[in-house]
Structures are given as structure tokens and as C-alpha cells.
Design a protein around this ligand. Structure first.
Ligand SMILES: Nc1ncnc2c1ncn2[C@@H]1O[C@H](COP(=O)(O)OP(=O)(O)OP(=O)(O)O)[C@@H](O)[C@H]1O
Length: 323
């Protein structure tokens, strides 16, 4: 449904997207995961025909976005990162205007709106002004609105940004339902690892405009070995790590612990005690867990995905969409 080949987008001296390629199959949920400024929004804006690529090729449902943008727009529904509802209008009227803009016939528009409001459990609120809606209700309304013209592909930019955990779960639930009921192809961007894990069949991890890894969440995590051992020692951790032949990768965390990537923690832990005894090293703490997508990001980029989310990224210049 989506083919992206060697996509490049430059804004003067900033290369926002740098030779990105991926494909999304029908009925698949594909996630672009990465920190602020990784190039996720720029990529989906090109796919949604809102920005022109500098070079490369993008097809949606077999149609080239640069050659036939109008046709592509008919095939896609989009939910933007920034709110795009009219707060003074009711839920129904927000949907109605969208339907008219897409040229949906009046005779079917009312029924479609009601069905979609039902789908996202907002039918009881259809005559309420959007300004009274919670963040989660607004998101659900935007998702319902994006489906009005029966798109083949649904594109969502950070669908749960700023929502509380309960509202996030609701949005996830509806997206799964939409995928299943409409066999919908969904492309989403997120900087939440749990969102990518929960929703996406396949994930492309983006950083500095490039895809650094791609696969299912299990495939990505298995790149690292099966387990992460957390170890706190009384002595020099780096020197100790070099003595452990079975360790695939070894990192020092901010709180002074070692993270060891291994294939099988339960088999390696006795060996760690043996090496420690042999070298007179005192183990203060030992623990193990399955790798997370954050470990994958750390392994690939040397930085923590979750740390970067705490940082306040500089605001990009105002986005203007011009052909
Ligand atoms: N219109 C623009 N003009 C100039 N630079 C831009 C423009 N849009 C984006 N950029 C820059 O391109 C890079 C990628 O931005 P982009 O918004 O695609 O990243 P992102 O991964 O979606 O992050 P976020 O989730 O914060 O939007 C950033 O360095 C950003 O500042």
C-alpha cells in the first residue's frame, strides 16, 4: 500500500529525511519510532502529499505522490499531530464540514457520521461543542473524521501525544478495531516505545533522518540477544566486563550499573558469580530483564530514546505546505 524508496528531504542546509526506504503492506500497522526531530513527520507529510520530496520515490496504493497528489489524497485519511478541530462547532458539524469538503453525498453523509461516531463511542456527544471535549475525545473524533471518505490508508502523527494513560489505551483500542474491521493499512509516527510495541506489526526506528533498524518489535529486540543483565559491582565495571566472554554488548548506565546483553541470563548469571569470585570482585546487585526498544535504540545510536524525550527539542520552523 505504501512504497518509499530512497526518500530525501532537505530544508536548505537541514537534511530532515536522508535516504529512507520502507514498504507497508495492506492491513499492516507500521510505526515510525524515533526522538524529536528524527524526520518522522517530514516523512509522513511527503507520503500525505503535503510536502514535496527533494528526491526519491513514494507510492501510495500504487500512485506516485509527486505525479498524482490529488488521487493520493482521496486514498488517505490523516490525523495531524496538532489539533485540527473547530472548537466552536459540534462533533457532528466538524464531521459534516469534512464530509462536504470531500464531496460526500448528503444522502449518505449523516449515516456515515453517525456510524463513525458510534465506532469511537462519541455518538452521545455528537451535538456537543468540541470545546467541552477532553483530549482523548478530541483525538477519537479526529480519527473518526479521517475515516469519513473511506480511505485505504490511515496516517497518524503521534496519535496519543499528551494524552493520559486511560485515553491512550482507548485510542489504541480504536486503532486496532479500525485495522481489523476495515482491513485498514495504518502508518503512524510515535516517540513512545510502548505505543510502537503495542500497535505496530513492524517498526522502523528513525534517528537523524535515517532508518537505523526495521522489523517487528521481537525481531528488533532479538538483535541484542535475549536478555539484559543489570549488574552493580564494588570495583571497576569495565574491566570486569572484559572478562566475560559470553557478553554481546556492555554499557554503563547513568546510575553506575552495568547493562550486559546476553543470550541466556539464567545460564550466564552463575558464570558471572564464578568470574567475580575468581577475581575477588564483589557483586552488590544483580538482576535481569528482557531487552526493550529503548535498549535497541541505545545499542544503535549510543543514546537513550527515553532521555531524549525529556529534552525540550527546539521548535522547527512553521510548517507551510506549498507545491
Ligand atoms: N519546514 C521546515 N523547515 C526547516 N526545517 C524543518 C522543517 N520541518 C522540519 N524541519 C527540520 O527537519 C528535522 C526533522 O523534523 P521532523 O518534524 O520531521 O521530525 P520528527 O521526528 O517528526 O519530530 P517531531 O515529533 O518533534 O515533529 C528537524 O531538524 C526539523 O527542525
Amino acid at each position: 500500500m505504501i512504497v518509499v524508496e530512497n526518500l530525501v528531504k532537505k530544508f536548505k542546509d537541514v537534511t530532515a529525511v536522508n535516504d529512507v526506504s520502507f514498504t507497508v503492506k495492506k492491513g499492516e500497522i507500521f510505526g515510525l519510532l524515533g526522538p524529536n526531530g528524527a524526520g518522522k513527520t517530514t516523512t509522513i507529510h511527503i507520503i500525505a502529499t503535503l510536502l514535496k520530496p527533494t528526491s526519491g520515490k513514494v507510492l501510495v496504493s500504487g500512485i506516485d505522490v509527486s505525479e498524482k497528489p490529488q488521487l493520493v489524497r482521496e486514498k488517505i485519511g490523516i490525523v495531524f499531530q496538532d489539533p485540527s478541530l473547530d472548537n466552536q462547532l459540534t462533533a457532528y458539524d466538524n464531521m459534516y464540514i469534512h464530509g462536504k469538503l470531500y464531496g460526500i453525498d448528503k444522502s449518505v453523509l449523516g449515516r456515515k457520521i453517525n456510524d463513525l461516531l458510534e465506532l469511537v463511542e462519541l455518538r452521545d456527544f455528537k451535538d456537543k461543542q468540541v470545546r467541552f471535549f477532553s483530549g482523548g475525545m478530541r483525538r477519537r473524533l479526529e480519527i473518526a473524521r479521517s475515516l469519513l471518505h473511506e480511505p485505504e490508508v490511515l496516517i497518524l502523527d503521534e496519535p496519543t501525544i499528551g494524552l493520559d494513560p486511560q485515553s491512550r489505551n482507548k485510542v489504541w483500542e480504536y486503532l486496532r478495531k479500525i485495522r481489523k474491521e476495515y482491513d485498514m493499512t495504518i502508518l503512524l509516527t510515535t516517540h513512545y516505545m510502548d505505543e510502537a510495541e503495542e500497535l505496530a506489526n513492524r517498526i522502523a526506528i528513525m534517528d537523524h533522518g535515517k532508518i537505523v533498524a526495521m522489523g517487528s518489535s521481537e525481531e528488533l529486540k532479538s538483535m541484542l540477544g535475549r536478555d539484559v543483565i543489570l549488574l552493580r559491582l564494588a570495583g571497576d565495571p569495565q574491566g570486569f566486563c572484559r572478562k566475560l566472554s559470553f557478553v554481546k554488548d556492555c554499557k554503563l548506565t547513568n546510575d553506575g550499573r552495568m547493562e550486559l546483553l546476553v543470550d541466556n541470563a539464567s545460564r550466564c548469571i552463575p558464570e558471572i558469580f564464578e568470574v567475580a569470585n575468581h577475581n575477588g570482585v564483589k557483586i552488590l546487585e544483580i538482576n535481569y530483564r528482557r531487552p526493550t526498544l529503548n535498549d535497541v535504540f541505545l545499542h544503535l545510536t549510543g543514546r537513550e530514546l527515553r532521555d531524549q524525550l525529556e529534552e525540550t527539542a527546539p521548535l522547527p520552523p512553521r510548517r507551510g505546505f506549498r507545491w
